[in-house]
Design a protein around this ligand. Structure first.
Ligand code: HBI
Ligand code: FE
Length: 325
């Protein structure tokens, strides 16, 4: 089948990388990379647990079947899964006032008031989508694990967030080496409810379309340090804006403490910073605000070279390109 990696269109001397032009093309953007598989990696808390591995595979296989236009199927979560959800939900709640930004707290409150996020039950993706639709037009689409950066970022261009549907292992509720549904729902969803964070995510996605491997790496790194592990300053204190922090009790405390290094967010510097993906970060970037991060990112975007510019049409959910002269 065709993927962003396998299709190249050759025109005279130029090689043009295939990229999705319409939201339905995201059916071809589901390439997973294997890292931290519970089947083979002893660092995965589910390693050796056959029941967990089978459950994760069942949910991933179901996610892979999803095609554009399908109604998202409800998942019948087990009592163990609901209990894991509840444990994480309640423990993270202790840090909300002290460690999370106001955008997060405000949106989480609305999600709770509308009954979309409750501690007792794992919400269904369809119900979350109804909420996001009226806030920012972002939508969750089921995916089957860690995607290639190229496919993952391309989805953001269409305000689509590829979402895992399995949960972390019940013996390790406060840490997961890979994205899981708890990370997506408690970390990302309240932030994608914010118009500026939504716009910033879509901007990163639009910049990624047809970009060189080198630029994809830079954009993935910016995404990592701001959308996943970003901090901002509020009332003179460090607060989390990144979903990887908002969904991880231990690292949330670490990130806002004096232990790690903190530097001002600057896309030019951030884009080439090496990062840690199997331990706490030794370094975090701090933005003045989400507004400030978006402004800096837009300035950075104008310096990224591509032989064409990209226009997103929200009415048809499609991309037009204009050749640069
Ligand atoms: N895939 N499902 C999923 N979720 C992520 O958060 C994710 C991904 N693939 C790549 C990725 N994040 C990172 O490389 C980002 O920095 C782009
Ligand atoms: Fe994430």
């Amino acid at each position: 089948s065709l993927t962003a990696f396998s299709v190249f269109k050759k025109k005279s001397n130029e090689v043009e990388v295939w990229f999705p032009r319409h939201i339905s093309d995201l059916d071809r953007c589901s390439k997973c990379i294997t890292k931290y598989e519970p089947t083979t990696d002893p660092r995965h808390p589910g390693h050796g647990d056959e029941e967990y591995i089978a459950r994760r595979k069942f949910l991933n296989d179901q996610a892979l079947e999803f095609q554009f236009g399908d109604e998202i199927e409800n998942v019948d979560y087990t009592e163990t899964e609901h209990a894991t959800w509840k444990a994480v939900y309640e423990k993270l709640g202790d840090l909300h006032e002290s460690h999370t930004c106001s955008v997060y707290r405000d949106n989480l409150k609305v999600l709770q008031e509308e009954g979309v996020l409750t501690s007792d039950r794992i919400p269904q993706m369809r119900d979350v989508n109804k909420f996001l639709q009226k806030r920012t037009g972002f939508e969750l689409r089921p995916c089957s694990g860690l995607l290639s950066a190229r496919d993952f970022l391309a989805s953001l261009a269409f305000r689509v967030f590829q979402t895992t549907t399995y949960l972390r292992h019940h013996k390790s509720p406060h840490h997961s080496p890979e994205p899981d549904l708890i990370h997506e729902l408690l970390g990302h969803v309240p932030m994608f409810s914010d118009p500026l964070l939504a716009q910033m995510s879509q901007d990163i996605g639009l910049m990624s379309l047809g970009a060189s491997d080198e630029n994809i790496e830079k954009l993935a790194t910016v995404y990592w340090f701001i959308v996943e592990f970003g901090l901002c300053k509020e009332d003179g204190k460090l607060k989390a804006i990144g979903a990887g922090l908002l969904s991880a009790y231990g690292e949330l405390i670490h990130a806002c403490s004096n232990t790690p290094e903190h530097r001002d967010f600057d896309p030019v510097v951030t884009a080439v910073q090496k990062y840690e993906d199997d331990d706490y970060q030794p370094l975090y970037f701090v933005a003045d605000s989400i507004h400030d991060a978006l402004a800096k990112l837009r300035k950075y975007a104008s310096t990224m070279d591509r032989p064409f510019s990209v226009i997103y049409d929200p009415f048809t959910k499609s991309i037009e390109t204009i050749k640069s002269s």
